[in-house]
Write a protein that binds this ligand. Structure first.
Ligand SMILES: *Cc1c(COP(=O)(O)O)cnc(C)c1O
Length: 222
């Protein structure tokens, strides 16, 4: 964990440099500021500096802080990046613009029913468990293509894929694998790369990076 956070400007500069170094168009990678369990005054500070795209892991926590922030700062885009319980799906679709953690059929079915009923849906990413870690959420790589067929059959077109590589290993093979899976399935969105490895993720095609501790400081869980 990085304990001295960098300014938004500094992170954005590093992102811009990585984007340019990869020969990609300026602004083609979205910085998601991951604000889970961060104090409201830090989030407020980053909003004041101009950041509008945020990620949260817990529906309850997001419901507690984002309605007021949204009212005060127009243009906020909120991404759900944590595991989503089916019984929280309704609240989640009302709160989030993007849900990145679609990881099982029962959740996709619930989201499809909600989309039918509401006539609209957040953008959806499928979370892939690229390291096949038992404790981690996500569709296993070998099940992804079949899962995508099922989800598309529900009239629920996903925008991309998301992964969280295992800790303590080189993330690059995971970034490559996710990019391959997206390409062969015709998906444009690639949410990968966090505080410690976002530049490598950009080099391998990330369209969204999720940066928490580098921007806000280490998280202290109550
Ligand atoms: C917490 C979290 C992040 C941010 O991690 P940092 O290492 O603090 O940048 C990114 N993605 C997901 C899914 C997370 O849960």
């Amino acid at each position: 964990m990085l304990d001295a956070p960098m300014s938004l400007h500094e992170i954005q500069s590093r992102l811009d440099a990585a984007t340019a170094a990869s020969g990609r168009a300026p602004g083609s990678v979205t910085l998601i500021a991951v604000s889970k369990v961060q104090p409201d005054d830090r989030v407020h500070q980053v909003l004041t500096q101009g950041q509008r795209v945020f990620g949260e892991n817990y529906v309850q926590e997001a419901a507690g802080k984002w309605p007021a922030f949204r009212a005060a700062f127009p243009g906020v885009q909120l991404h759900m990046i944590g595991p989503l319980q089916t019984n929280k799906a309704k609240q989640a679709v009302e709160l989030f613009d993007v849900i990145q953690s679609v990881d099982r059929l029962s959740l996709a079915e619930k989201l499809a029913r909600l989309a039918q009923a509401r006539g609209t849906s957040p953008d959806l990413f499928i979370q892939v468990n690229t390291g096949a870690e038992p404790q981690k959420a996500g569709i296993l790589p070998q099940h992804l293509d079949g899962f995508l067929v099922q989800v598309r059959g529900m009239d629920l077109p996903p925008q991309g894929l998301m992964c969280i590589p295992p800790e303590g290993v080189d993330p690059v093979p995971h970034f490559r694998a996710l990019a391959d899976m997206a390409a062969r399935n015709g998906l444009k969105g690639l949410s990968m790369g966090m505080s410690s490895d976002f530049e490598a993720a950009v080099a391998h095609g990330a369209t969204h990076i999720r940066v928490g501790s580098a921007l806000f400081g280490a998280r202290t869980y109550a």
